[in-house]
Design a protein around this ligand. Structure first.
Ligand code: PLP
Length: 425
């Protein structure tokens, strides 16, 4: 579900014409819909409440879309944040997420990052190794504080997703091995400065089937029983993110948040724990599009190329994972019968720079607008300045209004941090 739709053959974000934003902002740009962000958050929150899990904290995974206006929109609804770096902590706080709703994930937290997060007073550290437990305990002792931690355990289930976004298999770098979990809790319990009060899992991303989640949650229930029998006081279960979204128009059925919530209730409903969820993609993906202009259409011998002003630098997923994103003209031609097959490519000097292959599109002219859909998660955040391309601006729409929430840097901005060394000056 999203709020990008055609009215009179032109694409709107809520009540704003995409072509009006393009005229003011220039292309390429990302366009986010507040109503879609809110809708996805509420669907999940309502599903959890209706499944009988009112004690749920939904921590938006900031790495999926870290614009402070996006985080702020969710903060207003009561969302927490799942962060993986000091920078994301600063974004979440600036966007208005209270520290006590922030959980800190990630396999490489430094002692300095731990200090900053402890000073802020975050809710929970998701800790991924014995060494990290020891470092956090030492840092917290030095500050005379107690860190609430959850051990991220690796349930060794196959999430059935792309290998680069699968995290819950034994061979992945994430988490503490399932067989070592009880010993790790015993180790943590013996240390001052930390309280191991939670269990954390996250098995991967863009998971389109509930079965791997069920397998992981059942294992979690089992571990919870064993930990409690050993005397550990576990009060929080962090079940991670990973729910998939439809990237194709029409022929995909994403897992239903209602069924997901019910399944959590079935597997862990009697755990008497707060449930923490860390959705990223589910909330943000369909809430964003990438808008680009055609630079030129180039007909080749073997293929036709639609060269546009967006590239792998604005949306890396096709290049990185072979991911599919629906692409369509902002102004509908009304005559799809005359469409040709086009590879939609950017100007970046890499053969892997494409946004879509063999797409059916009408002949388009230089300056015509195209929309790349489902670009609200893992879009802008994975952007780069490769080929010295300025970061595309981000625009947030809310009903009839829109605002630039990250502006396009000029070239002076881009070069500001560089200098010629003395010997070249
Ligand atoms: C990436 C990540 C998420 C969010 O994943 P989505 O697939 O976007 O929901 C949640 N938790 C952790 C630990 C992550 O690394």
């Amino acid at each position: 579900m999203d709020h990008f739709e055609y009215r009179d053959a032109t694409l709107y974000a809520e009540d704003v014409k995409i072509s009006d934003i393009a005229a003011q902002v220039g292309t390429p740009f990302y366009c986010y819909s507040s109503a879609t962000l809110r809708h996805h958050y509420r669907v999940l929150a309502d599903a959890m409440a209706q499944a009988g899990l009112p004690d749920t904290l939904i921590c938006f995974s900031v790495k999926a879309n870290s614009n402070i206006a996006v985080i702020g929109t969710l903060a207003q609804l009561g969302a927490g944040a799942d962060i993986v770096s000091q920078g994301e902590l600063m974004r979440a706080l600036k966007a208005g997420i209270p520290a006590e709703k922030i959980v800190f994930s990630g396999v490489g937290k430094t002692a300095e990052e731990m200090r900053v997060a402890l000073t802020a007073g975050i809710a929970q550290f998701n800790v991924e190794s014995l060494d990290e437990i020891d470092v956090l305990a030492r840092v917290a002792q030095e500050m005379s504080l107690t860190a609430q931690i959850a051990l991220r355990v690796n349930p060794d289930v196959d999430a059935g997703t792309h290998e680069k976004i699968s995290t819950g298999k034994a061979e992945n770098k994430f988490g503490i091995a399932w067989e070592d979990a009880e010993a790790a809790y015993a180790h943590a319990a013996a240390l001052d400065g930390i309280e191991a009060s939670g269990i954390d899992i996250h098995i991967g991303s863009q998971i389109t089937d509930l079965a791997p989640f069920r397998a992981a949650f059942e294992k979690t229930a089992d571990l919870l029983g064993r930990l409690r029998a050993a005397g550990h006081r576990i009060t929080r279960l962090d079940l991670g993110g990973g729910l998939g979204v439809p990237y194709q128009k029409n022929n995909e059925t994403p897992p239903d948040p209602v069924a997901y919530a019910r399944m959590i209730h079935e597997t862990l409903g009697d755990a008497e724990c707060q449930i923490i969820l860390e959705p990223g993609r589910l909330i943000a993906a369909n809430a964003g599009i990438l808008v680009s202009s055609v630079v030129r259409a180039k007909r080749g011998q073997a293929k036709n190329f639609m060269i546009i002003d967006a590239a792998m630098t604005e949306l890396l997923r096709p290049t990185l994972y072979g991911a599919h994103h629906h692409i369509a003209p902002v102004e509908q031609s009304g005559d799809e019968n005359n469409n040709d097959q086009w590879d939609v490519v950017g100007p970046v000097c890499e053969s892997g720079d494409f946004l879509g292959l063999a797409r059916s599109l009408p002949e388009m002219q230089s300056g015509d607008l195209l929309a790349v859909f489902t670009a609200g998660a893992y879009g802008a955040v994975l952007g780069s300045n490769y080929n010295t391309r300025p970061a595309a601006p981000e625009v947030l729409v809310d009903g009839k209004r829109f605002e630039i929430v990250r502006k396009r840097p000029n070239y002076e901005d881009m070069l500001r941090t560089e200098s010629l060394p003395d010997w070249l000056g």
